[in-house]
Write a protein that binds this ligand. Structure first.
Ligand code: ADP
Length: 161
């Protein structure tokens, strides 16, 4: 059975990857679905977010697919024939939004379940937004992101110092 892991991935972090690794021990495959029309103003374009995720997850082979989607997640999940959605729960602060989202998706598509996985402790406070902020302020984020993301952040800084 496959599970779909949706998100903005702006950019993908070691926390996202930890979740993928955990889910791989439970599911035959994972579709990491990068949202095109996210409500968020993103630092990386959709193509960059997909490329970075692909390159960071290459080591897991064909069990992990990366693709982009627009529109409603449940429609995309249905089209892919997937019955489960993966989301991460870090701190209590994630709970309210994630709970609302899961309940709404269940209403819209009762056959699809949302599963939550908590990351390893060292990733519990890691988020893409913190990574972007630290990097923009000149901090070193190499311990929080895969090496291709670290290089991409350096490249952006070199262009827009
Ligand atoms: P979204 O805009 O959909 O929240 P994100 O890329 O920020 O997209 O997050 C995608 C999913 O990954 C969310 O469920 C989020 O809670 C989870 N997530 C993000 N960072 C981590 C982390 N460090 N550990 C566990 N889950 C995480």
């Amino acid at each position: 059975m496959k599970i779909i892991y949706p998100g903005t991935f702006d950019p993908i972090t070691n926390g996202h990857i930890n979740l993928v690794e955990r889910a791989l021990s439970l599911f035959d495959g994972i579709i990491l679905a990068v949202a095109v029309n996210s409500k968020k103003q993103t630092k990386f374009s959709i193509d960059e977010r997909v490329l970075l995720a692909k390159s960071a997850l290459k080591k897991y082979g064909p069990k992990v697919q990366v693709c982009q989607f627009s529109g409603l997640l449940i429609d995309f999940a249905k089209k892919e024939g997937v019955k489960a959605i993966l989301r991460g729960l870090r701190a209590v602060s994630d709970f309210e939004y994630e709970f609302q989202l899961a309940a709404m998706n269940k209403r819209l598509q009762p056959n699809i379940e949302t599963l939550f996985i908590a990351p390893a402790e060292q990733y519990a406070y890691l988020s893409s937004s913190l990574v972007r902020e630290i990097s923009e302020l000149g901090g070193d984020v190499s311990q929080f992101v895969p090496k291709e993301v670290n290089s991409a952040l350096y490249r952006i800084k070199a262009i827009n110092p």
